[in-house]
Write a protein that binds this ligand. Sequence first.
Ligand code: FAD
Ligand code: NAD
Length: 575
Amino acid sequence: MATEIIMPQLGLTMTTGTVSQWLKSNGDEVKKGDEIVEVETDKISNIVEAHADGVLQIVMQEGEEGPVKSVMGYICTTGEKINSISSFGVNVAVPAAPIATSTPLVKVNIPIADRQKSIIVIGAGPGGYITAIKAAQMGAKVTIIEKKYLGGTCLNVGCIPTKALIHVASAVELMKNKTTVLGIKVSGIDVDWTKVQQYKGGIVKTLVNGVKGLLKSNGITIMMGEGKIVDAHTVEVNDQQLTADNIILAVGSEPVMIPIPGKDLPGIIDSTGALLLDPLPKSMVIIGGGVIGIEFASLYTSMGMKCTIIEALPKILPPIDAEITAILKKDLEARGIEIWTDAPVQSIEQDGNGCKVFMKHNGEIKSVTGEKVLMCVGRRASIKGIGLEETGVELNRGKVVTDDNFQTNIPSISAIGDCNGKLMLAHVASAQGVAVVEYIMTGKHSYHPETVPSCIFIEPECASVGAQEETLKEKGIDYKVGKFQMVGNGKSLIESEGVGIIKILADAKYGQILGFHMYGPRASDIIATAAIAIRLEATTDELTSTIFAHPTVGEAIGEAALDVFGIPLSWPSKK
Ligand code: FAD
Ligand code: NAD
């Protein structure tokens, strides 16, 4: 007997939902648990799974709206056919032809209106979609144009999928290498990499659907296609011209491949390729010891891969505090990662099934081999062929030049996120998106770059906010340093063998917190406290007179602050 596929109730207030996309076609064989249809409300979207094995018979078409509990389709037993049915009283003919898989686009011209500002956002990454939502909330009429995927690099091939894999790798690392000390015997650990990829894909899908739902619920017009600037107020997409008061570029970035002999050999991948490896190779040479290189080396080492990092500069992670990177490098090497610094890569050659990478080190040419080569030497703005030169938008070394309000030299065109090259981080793109909208709508904004945290998701984590010690020295600022070794923190000792350090940089006269750097457990969460301290211009006195819960990693903040004046309570005093 056929099983009904029912419009689910996705929330207390939901009364109707829309079939946004069938993930299987009419007549397809489906298995219990298969994802079959995507439904959405004005707030959220969700995927409905099959409750039985059988043959799919579709009732509600894509784009059709129906009440909660209405029948969207059936799963029939072989040979069974439901002819004309509807859950809400109307007969619906079962379509004979295959169902179209794409939703028709709503295309609108945006007039330059006096009362309601019109804004076109190009790019729907964490910069673009937050910009669009903020603009809609502030009363603008907004269209967002995206050429590839809602959520951009971050959700689809950046922050989210890497962190999903890193989460799995941490679990493997814990079970393989850290349980003995806890008194737990673990044997027969077997990683099903296909399932791991499905887990990663599921999280990405949920978040991307969330972005779509948010854009729709804020009344934003979504257009899938490549946006090209025609003039100060006009954008072309899908052979149609749209006009608006303001155009905001949020087109993001793409990986740079260094122009060396052998760069196009098979086996050379970028970060997107590194997320899709299946099966995993036994070894990988990573060109570039920046954030991407270090995160992938840490992740794949936990999965049993032999990783070799080659960095051109004298230290890995160039923008991170030198004292911290020195400790971190030793820890990575102790985990079996081979690290070459001061070693610019020269060329790559095929070597059997893998590649041989040549570098210049101490005046000599040296080589290392790997089954795959990951090239991660930075990213550049995705601005080729989108009409910027023709429109006269000022560019500098491949980035869109903007002022402090994110405006280009053409006042109606702004640029936020990776494409302006200020700092390539997802939360920076989003914060700049909010700021540019505030500026366009009110003439002022509140963007505080000094509070931008940077996090590196390795084991344990590394995070920093505010000034670097090297920068304070260069600027001649009188500062003091407070440090706390995480081995003196009970929770860190319990959770991750006390590895790591906190370093606070404070103004010598008033004790104002200028910089906070940490390598240790939960650093990516702890850093939020430090960012707030910097935003509120807090002093070491204010940190030390704040009470931190015990036993927590956060207690180490107070201790590091006490150490600025040489009076730590849980660590031998400097005095
Ligand atoms: P993007 O996310 O790149 O979005 C731009 C969008 O514009 C894309 O969807 C693109 O398709 C679209 N687009 C481009 N041109 C056009 C056009 N002409 N018309 C229409 N659409 C167009 N940052 C962090 O903060 N934390 C992390 O943990 C982190 N991990 C990362 C891991 C990896 C492997 C990578 C590669 C990056 C990571 N980043 C991380 C960086 C982060 O992904 C970027 O800083 C962030 O995505 C930038 O946001 P954006 O909106 O400026 O650009
Ligand atoms: P990066 O700029 O962080 O590092 C690139 C590294 O490659 C540098 O250290 C550089 O000196 C080195 N390099 C350049 N040419 C080389 C050569 N010929 N030989 C050897 N080494 C060479 O760039 P990335 O790691 O590609 O990351 C790109 C961006 O993505 C970064 O700006 C970063 O902010 C962002 N990202 C952030 C996170 C995070 O926040 N956790 C994670 C991943 C990526």
